[in-house]
Design a protein around this ligand. Structure first.
Ligand code: SER
Length: 321
């Protein structure tokens, strides 16, 4: 039987991953762990919750023991833009926190750790288009450096200590339930709030900044499918490219404008986030994920925009339920 601990359960991905895992494994078997951000009520009311500061080995270890955990989905992370501003916190959470989770998992003989990576694990020297799974990485952001640390450490624990660590390099994630905090790809979520509330949005990335993106249902499926894959078929472990769609702010604005009459977008560039975005790939080659665990995305740009407008409109109270 699976007993799962999800760190970062109040975050953009964690808040949707917990309900999906509870549906699959039973609500009582999935413990949602938050820290500073309050855990959403729907998660709190439906199953076990706890508070874990991943920066403390003792707290991670105690949560694993107390809840008899055999699998961790480690979702806590300081995203790219905030990590550049708060190097101290980013180091604590993204480097020390990750190490604590892997160490406590190995020490307690866990079956599996899911460790998401990111497109941020690539850098300015990486081939930009259709970026291969295995290529030059050399990220130049703290967030990206911590993701490469996680990928390499994941592989190390897998091969040297026999801990089953897996993870995919997630693109920018678009979703309507919980807003992302301080990432570089957040514009692709914020644009929908602007479109629904004001029919306008000011974008902090330039119109032609192409980035790999994914709709949340695909992201959740990628994490769960990878977790359930047959270990013997995996040649990679914590560093799978996963692709879904790739677009620029102007292409996204056009798709939104087709569905929201009168929508306009202007631009006011944030040099720091623009520089981060410019160091990341335009699109990903996810052949390894397709071959090793049959990854296939379901949402393209049009399907994602339709679903976002419908669900976010309902959440914000502008369309009928
Ligand atoms: N969405 C993340 C960010 O923008 C990338 O993994 O920081």
């Amino acid at each position: 039987m699976r007993r799962i601990l999800v760190t970062g359960a109040a975050g953009q991905i964690g808040s949707e991953l917990v309900p999906a895992l509870r549906k699959l494994y039973g609500a009582d078997n999935v413990v949602a762990a938050g820290h500073r951000t309050p855990i959403p009520d729907d998660i709190k009311l439906a199953g076990p919750c706890t508070t874990v500061d991943v920066c403390s080995y003792e707290e991670v270890d105690a949560a694993i023991r107390h809840h008899h955990v055999d699998t961790v989905y480690h979702m806590s992370s300081i995203l790219s833009a905030l990590a550049e501003e708060r190097r101290d916190v980013a180091h604590q959470v993204n480097i020390n926190g990750l190490y604590n989770v892997l160490e406590a998992s190995a020490a307690n003989g866990l079956e599996r750790v899911m460790l998401p990576s990111s497109i941020a694990a690539f850098g300015p020297d990486t081939p930009r288009d259709n970026t291969p799974n295995d290529t030059l990485q050399r990220p130049n952001t703290l967030y990206g450096i911590s993701k490469v640390f996680g990928e390499l450490l994941g592989e190390y624990y897998c091969s040297k200590l026999g801990l089953d660590v897996r993870g995919a390099r997630l693109p920018g994630i678009i979703s309507w339930k919980t807003e992302p905090t301080a990432g570089t790809t957040d514009y692709a979520v914020a644009i929908f709030y602007g479109a629904i509330r004001d029919r306008r949005y000011t974008c902090y990335l330039g119109p032609d900044t192409r980035l790999p993106m994914m709709y949340m249902p695909d992201a959740i499926r990628s994490i769960i499918d990878l977790a359930q894959a047959d270990f013997d078929k995996l040649k990679h472990h914590a560093d799978f490219n996963v692709g879904a769609m790739s677009f620029t702010p102007s292409e996204l604005a056009e798709a939104v404008g087709k569905r929201v009459p009168g929508f306009t977008m202007d631009y006011e560039l944030d040099p720091r986030r623009q520089a981060i975005a410019d160091s990341w790939p335009n699109s990903l080659d996810d052949g390894a994920a397709r071959r090793e665990w049959a990854w296939a995305p379901r949402y393209d740009l049009g399907a994602m925009v339709d679903d976002m407008l419908e669900n976010l409109g309902r959440k914000l109270g502008t369309t009928k339920a």
